[in-house]
Design a protein around this ligand. Structure first.
Ligand code: DGJ
Length: 533
């Protein structure tokens, strides 16, 4: 049996599949598409046309356990076989007790048995069934305190992972698994059942309180202040002040998820992730799912859910790079399971690999790539509809070019992960210099005539004076980083591509194309420089 795993590499992580590094250049399929293998035929074609090497597909609890204790894995088998035939990998998304902070994908026998599988009580004393939620729909989130729900979910997930092990541990088509989808509770910061109130009024478990006290350094500032000010031996409120209710929810949700993940890992220990519905500026817990793995709750999740390898942001907000910073500042690997498909989707893919050395990047609902965004979609995805990026769809050919080019370069890229020899800049960031030694690469995105909002440049240094550059919508120049040799000259610049790891040269660029290089479509260059006194 071989199991894909995360390898420590130059203080970063690499996903290893059959002892080779694999960067997931993926797309997440729309929620319902993978429920029909027949429907997926077209989706696979789209993935192929976009050059993707991997798809993220939901497998739901309701589909694999339609009757309690009776499992049906036919859909799993069909999807794995489809992926295998196309030489693609899969990241499975387990839609269990949570899907977007609700329980839409729990089986009918769970949904209908409100006694055994209680819903979260979000308001004291109210009849839950009368409560209305977003869009006037009934409130459906399952209680995170229910051990019965947790154990039923864990049993199903364990059975799924055992099945994947049985059919796939030789080929390794499935390479990662997301446990649940956007956990948390909406409408309130914590549950309000009698049980929840009693727990909230009791003492915080001592080992957890100690852990929080010992890990304030990495915390977001608001949480750190509250934890530092907290008293010992007291209730959640006394320990964690204004952040107590969210921490309480995170504690119980992460422990629930840990039980599920652990049951799966016991069967087949694939790298496991959780994705995150982000907290937007100024939102209170409950306006976003309280207790989910937002950055401010990472220390709680670390303590409670050690089986989870990565916390992954679903990024629909305009400040894409800010979110990436927040999710990597604790030296964690970057793994983006969902982001927008507008015109920044392609450049962002290059940027997260070149700058953050990301393991995984997947625009959500990639089937729509190239189509304009509708207001409805903007609302559904929680997007800022005033974001001008939404107006421009991603050029599909360009996206495919980016993905194929990166795919061919995986061994080269992965080799440089965790080093300064792989860098990237993009027009969403201020900095445009990539400093190596003894030279640097400058990508300028501003242009008085052509507005550039989706420019990107990745540079990979392969020798003392040599690098590969992947660029689009920018001007390039080079500079010396050696004060004793301040001059730089271009010795060689050629377009080209990699094929099975071999560089195939195209045009040799010189004259106008080398002195004033301005790229309006994607290009891969091999450059040799001369740095001299
Ligand atoms: C985030 C969820 O995780 C996805 O499954 C999908 O529902 C998107 N939102 C779009 O609404």
């Amino acid at each position: 049996m071989s199991v894909p795993y995360l390898k420590d590499y130059n203080n970063k992580k690499l996903l290893m599949v059959q002892e080779k590094p694999f960067i997931m250049l993926a797309g997440e399929v729309h929620n319902s598409n993978a429920s029909s293998a027949e429907y997926m035929e077209e989706v696979w074609k789209q993935a192929e046309a976009l050059g993707m090497n991997c798809l993220l597909i939901p497998i739901s609890w309701e589909m694999i356990e339609p009757e309690e204790g009776k499992f049906d894995f036919s859909i799993v088998d069909g999807l794995i076989s489809q992926a295998g035939k196309r030489n693609k990998k899969l990241g499975i998304l387990w839609f269990g007790s949570w899907k977007n902070a609700e329980c839409r994908y729990a089986p009918v026998w769970v949904k209908k048995d409100l006694e055994r599988f209680p819903r979260a009580q979000i308001v004291k004393g109210e009849n839950q069934t009368k409560l209305k939620f977003r869009d006037n729909r009934p409130y459906t989130t399952l209680s995170y305190l229910s051990k019965t729900t947790r154990d039923a979910d864990a049993r199903a997930f364990g059975a799924l992972m055992a099945h994947i092990r049985d059919i796939d541990s030789k080929e390794n088509i499935v390479v990662t698994v997301q446990v649940e989808n956007e956990t948390g509770i909406l409408g309130t910061a914590r549950e309000h059942s009698d049980e929840a109130d009693a727990l909230f009024e009791s003492s915080v478990p001592e080992d957890f309180a100690d852990y929080m006290k010992a890990h304030t350094e990495s915390m977001t500032e608001d949480v750190r202040k509250e934890v530092e000010a907290g008293q010992t031996g007291r209730t959640w409120r006394e320990r964690f002040g204004s952040t107590a209710e969210e921490i309480f929810s995170a504690y119980y949700i992460a422990r629930f998820v840990e039980t599920v993940a652990e049951a799966g890992k016991r069967e087949y220990p694939l790298p496991m992730t959780v994705n995150c519905w982000l907290n937007k500026n100024g939102e209170e817990p409950g306006q976003y799912p309280s207790g989910g793995p937002v950055s401010r709750m990472h220390e709680v999740w670390d303590f409670c859910a050690p089986s989870i390898d990565m916390y992954c942001p679903d990024i629909y907000v305009p400040d894409f790079c800010g979110v990436c910073e927040e999710f990597t500042r604790r030296e964690r690997p970057l793994y983006i399971p969902e982001c927008a498909t507008h015109s920044y989707a392609g450049p962002r893919q290059i940027y997260v690999i070149g700058h953050y050395h990301a393991i995984y990047y997947a625009p959500f609902g990639f089937e729509d790539m190239g189509k304009p965004f509708s207001a409805h979609q903007g609302y559904l995805f929680g997007m800022d509809v005033t974001d001008p990026a939404l107006k421009v769809p991603q050029n599909v050919e360009e996206y495919a070019w980016y993905t194929r080019t990166l795919n061919e370069m995986i061994p080269l890229l992965a080799d440089k992960y965790g080093t300064k020899e792989l860098q990237a800049v993009c027009s969403e960031q201020d900095s445009s210099d990539m400093q190596f030694y003894p030279f640097g690469v400058r990508a300028v995105f501003e242009d008085p005539v052509l507005p550039r909002k989706d420019g990107v440049c990745l540079a990979l240094k392969t020798g003392e004076d040599e690098c590969y550059i992947l660029a689009n919508r920018c001007c390039l120049s080079f500079f010396s980083t050696d004060p004793d040799r301040p001059n730089t000259d271009i010795l060689l610049m050629e377009e080209g591509r990699f094929e099975y790891g071999i560089w195939r040269s195209g045009r040799r660029l010189n004259g106008d194309e080398a002195v004033f290089m301005q790229y309006e479509s994607p290009v891969l260059l091999r450059v040799q420089l001369f740095v001299y006194a």
